[in-house]
Design a protein around this ligand. Structure first.
Ligand SMILES: Cc1cc2nc3c(=O)[nH]c(=O)nc-3n(C[C@H](O)[C@H](O)[C@H](O)COP(=O)(O)OP(=O)(O)OC[C@H]3O[C@@H](n4cnc5c(N)ncnc54)[C@H](O)[C@@H]3O)c2cc1C
Length: 404
C-alpha cells in the first residue's frame, strides 16, 4: 500500500482516520494532487468505534458507493434502546428517517477505512503513505508550507499549498500550530471490551442502567462490544481489586448466561477510553487547517465522532477543491470551513456534556434508582421524540452532501 514519498503535493493530510481518508479521497476525485500520511502500517488496530450512521451512508449513496459498501460484513440496528432498572426504553428510532439506509451499520473501522482507501487509490493523484509520521510543520514567508515526516527511520519534507491536520485528538499538527484548545471538564471514562454473543441474545444495541452502573452493548455478529462507563480516573482503583469482582458487577447488571463476562480474563483485555471533549476556538492558521477530532474531540455519547469527522471532510473538500486548483489557500477559505462545521460540532458537544453531567453521572453516583431520568421518561411517554433523537444522532445538524 505504501508508495514513494512525493516531495510536493497540493494538499498534504496528516492522519488516515475517517476525516483524513475521506478528505483525501474527495480531493483526489476532484483532481487535486493529495497525500494522506498515516503513522501506522495499516488500519487494523484497537476498537475505535464501529458506527456508520445514516448520514455517512447517504454520502456513500451520493458517491455511487453504497451498494458496494453494504456488501462488506456488517450488522444493522434500526433502534437504540436502554434497559433502565429492567424496563426497556427506546432512545432513538432510525426506521422513520427519510434515507436509503435508515439504521446504524456496525462495521470495524479498519474495514471502512480500507474501503475508502480502495476507492481513493483508483486515482493516480492520490498518495497514501503508511508508516509515515508527521513530526513537524515547515514554514516559509509566515505560513505553513509543508510537513516534516519520519518514514523508514528517515526524516523527509513534503511541501504543500495546504496542510490539513486530521491526526485525531492528540494532533501533532494542532500542537505545532499552537492553536488554542478549549477543554470541557469531562466526568466519565469508558472501558471497552468484547464478550461472546449468542444468536439467542437480543438483536439490537442496548444501554443498561442500574444504580452505580451504566453500560452499552453494541451488537456485532459473534460478540457484543461492551462500553462500561465509570467516573473519570476510577479504572486505576478498579485494577487494584480482582477481576472477578468486575465480572460479578457486570453479571448483576446484564445477566448473560454461561458467565460470558469471564471472557474478559484480565484487566489488560480492557481498553480504557479517557473521554475528552475539547475544541479549537480557531481551526486554522495561514497554510494549515484542522478537522475531525483534531479540531473537536467528541465524547462517545451517540457514537457520532466518526460521522462528524466525515462531515467535516466533505465540507472541507467542497470548499477547498476549487480553490486548491488556484494554488495557496487564503485564510478566508479556511475560516469558511470552520464557520460551516463548528456549529454542528459544538451543538453536539454541548448535548453530550449535558447528558454526561445530568444523566450519566447521577446514575453512576446513585445508591438506588427509582425512576428513569427525565429525558428517558419523555422518550417513553412521547414515542415521536425517538424520531427527533434518531435525526440528531443519525443525520446530525447541517448535514453535508456531495455536490459534484
Ligand atoms: C475506544 C474508542 C471508541 C470510540 N467509539 C466511537 C463510536 O462508537 N462511534 C463513533 O462515531 N466514534 C467513536 N469514537 C471516536 C472516533 O473514533 C473519532 O471521533 C473519530 O475516529 C475521529 O476521526 P478522525 O479522522 O478525526 O481522527 P482519528 O480517527 O483519531 O484518526 C487520526 C489518524 O491520524 C493518525 N495519526 C495520529 N498522529 C499522526 C501523525 N503525527 N502522523 C501521521 N498520522 C497520525 C492516527 O494513527 C489515526 O489513524 C471512539 C473513539 C475511541 C478511542
Amino acid at each position: 500500500m505504501t508508495e514513494a514519498i512525493p516531495t510536493k503535493v497540493q494538499c498534504c493530510i496528516a492522519g488516515g482516520g475517517p476525516a483524513g481518508m475521506m478528505l483525501g479521497f474527495l480531493l483526489a476525485r476532484a483532481g487535486i494532487e493529495v497525500a494522506v500520511l498515516e503513522k501506522w502500517p495499516d488500519f487494523f488496530r484497537d476498537f475505535r468505534g464501529d458506527t456508520i450512521h445514516p448520514s455517512t451512508m447517504e454520502l456513500l449513496k451520493e458517491l455511487g458507493l453504497l451498494e458496494t459498501f453494504l456488501q462488506l460484513p456488517h450488522q444493522t440496528s434500526p433502534q437504540l434502546a436502554g434497559m433502565f432498572h429492567g424496563q426497556e426504553i427506546v432512545l432513538a428510532d432510525f426506521s422513520h428517517l427519510n434515507v436509503t439506509a435508515p439504521y446504524i451499520a456496525f462495521m470495524p473501522q479498519w474495514d471502512f477505512l480500507n474501503f475508502i482507501a480502495s476507492q481513493a487509490t483508483a486515482y493516480p493523484n492520490f498518495h497514501l503513505l503508511m508508516e509515515t509520521e508527521v513530526t513537524d510543520l515547515v514554514h516559509a514567508k509566515g505560513r505553513v508550507c509543508g510537513v516534516q515526516v519520519l518514514h523508514n527511520g528517515r526524516s523527509e519534507t513534503i511541501t504543500a499549498d495546504l496542510v490539513v491536520g486530521a491526526d485525531g485528538r492528540h494532533s501533532v499538527v494542532r500542537k505545532k500550530t499552537n492553536l488554542k484548545n478549549i477543554t470541557t471538564n469531562t466526568p466519565i471514562d469508558v472501558l471497552w471490551f468484547p464478550v461472546p454473543r449468542k444468536k439467542t441474545d437480543p438483536s439490537f444495541s442496548l444501554g443498561y442502567m442500574e444504580a452505580g452502573q451504566f453500560m452499552v452493548m453494541l451488537e456485532r455478529d459473534s460478540y457484543w462490544q461492551c462500553g462500561y462507563v465509570i467516573p473519570k480516573g476510577a479504572f486505576e482503583d478498579m485494577q487494584q481489586g480482582p477481576i472477578s469482582k468486575f465480572h460479578e458487577s457486570l453479571q448483576a447488571l446484564v445477566p448473560l448466561d454461561d458467565d460470558r463476562f469471564r471472557f474478559v480474563t484480565q484487566w489488560d483485555d480492557i481498553r480504557l477510553l479517557s473521554v475528552t471533549v475539547d475544541y479549537l476556538s480557531v481551526w486554522h492558521k495561514p497554510g494549515v487547517l484542522c478537522i475531525g477530532d483534531a479540531a473537536h474531540a467528541m465524547s462517545p455519547i451517540g457514537g457520532v465522532g466518526i460521522n462528524l469527522a466525515i462531515q467535516d471532510a466533505v465540507a472541507a473538500a467542497r470548499i477547498l477543491a476549487p480553490k486548491l486548483s488556484g494554488g495557496a489557500i487564503s485564510e478566508d477559505t479556511l475560516a469558511a470551513i470552520q464557520k460551516r462545521r463548528m456549529f454542528p460540532a459544538r451543538v453536539v458537544q454541548r448535548i453530550q456534556v449535558l447528558l454526561q453531567n445530568r444523566v450519566i453521572l447521577p446514575i453512576l453516583h446513585a445508591e438506588k434508582l427509582t425512576r428513569p431520568a427525565l429525558p428517558f421518561r419523555l422518550l417513553q411517554a412521547f414515542p415521536v421524540l425517538r424520531r427527533v433523537t434518531a435525526h440528531l444522532i443519525g443525520i446530525g445538524i447541517r448535514p453535508e452532501h456531495i455536490t459534484k
